[in-house]
Design a protein around this ligand. Structure first.
Ligand code: NAD
Length: 259
């Protein structure tokens, strides 16, 4: 029997088969969970998500278009999921966006107000707006998790406004954990090392970061998406029943090195 047998939940953030959310979906399916997959609206987006889930051998996936910066779309998404699932056990937030013009070394001080606000809205506030809706569907408690990166705490060249958004995401996680704990809802983040995806390729200097991890991380290699998937299974399952408000690094140990 799988670790998530009979569990139902929501995985936000599949764009294609490289997406961290797709690795998580795959790992969850192997452990017996059933998921709904809200995705960026648009035919092309839906086609890509369907293809990614085909590859992950997820049969007849439940797809819903949803721009997370739009409250009406979020409301409609949660209504549709409630009709299908009644209640849920987990929610995965694997969504982020910032205008790539400002994801280059040397341009952080130039970040315009609207670019900053959009990055924080899509990449951090959306966790709060999802949690508000998800808690009403978690009568037995549940697990909510977001994806973050080391650039929340350290100034990583080129990560810029996304680092600020990740710091906000991690702070939101702690406040949500504090507030939702009495309902038995746990809220955590996974801090993944760099993985080649659509989002990470928008960060200027990412290839240097991959090389640097190989040289400096204790495991001397970059991580694979499946390793984030396995940690997400741990966080969704009863194995992590006492863990909330935490940030778990899956980064070949890179964050502990003090060179
Ligand atoms: P990805 O591009 O595959 O996923 C990002 C997702 O965000 C996409 O599915 C995209 O459609 C979605 N998205 C963006 N704006 C949206 C909006 N307005 N409404 C709905 N969806 C929207 O890239 P990924 O690397 O899998 O990123 C997933 C998460 O992991 C992000 O939070 C990212 O910051 C985080 N992360 C990635 C890495 C990495 O190196 N790839 C490392 C650490 C953390």
């Amino acid at each position: 029997m799988g670790l998530l047998e009979g569990q139902r939940g929501i995985v936000f953030g599949i764009a294609n088969d490289r997406s961290i959310a797709c690795h998580i979906a795959n790992a969850f399916a192997k452990e017996g969970a059933t998921c709904a997959f809200p995705h960026l609206p648009g035919e092309k987006s839906e086609r890509r998500v369907r293809k990614a889930l085909d590859g992950a051998e997820i049969v007849d996936p439940f797809l819903i278009p949803c721009d997370v910066s739009n409250d009406d779309e979020l409301d409609a998404t949660f209504v549709a999921i409630r009709e299908k699932f009644d209640s849920i056990d987990f929610l995965v937030h694997s969504v982020a966006f910032a205008d790539r013009t400002y994801l280059k070394p040397g341009v952080f001080a130039d970040t315009p107000r609207d670019v900053f606000a959009q990055a924080l809205d899509i990449s951090a506030y959306s966790l709060v707006s999802m949690a508000r809706r998800a808690k009403e569907m978690m009568p037995r408690g549940g697990s909510i998790m977001g994806m973050t990166y080391y650039g929340s705490d350290k100034a990583v060249p080129g990560y810029n406004v996304m680092g600020v958004a990740k710091a906000a995401l991690e702070a939101c996680t702690r406040y949500l954990a504090l507030e939702l704990g009495e309902k038995g809802i746990r809220v955590n983040t996974i801090s993944a090392g760099p993985i080649k995806t659509l989002s990470s390729m928008a960060v200027g200097g990412i290839d240097e970061i991959f090389k640097w991890v190989e040289q400096k991380a204790p495991l001397h290699r970059n991580i694979e998406g499946g390793e984030v998937g396995k940690t997400a299974v741990y966080l969704a399952s009863d194995l992590s029943s006492g863990v909330t408000g935490e940030n778990i690094f899956v980064d070949s140990g890179y964050n502990i090195v003090g060179l």
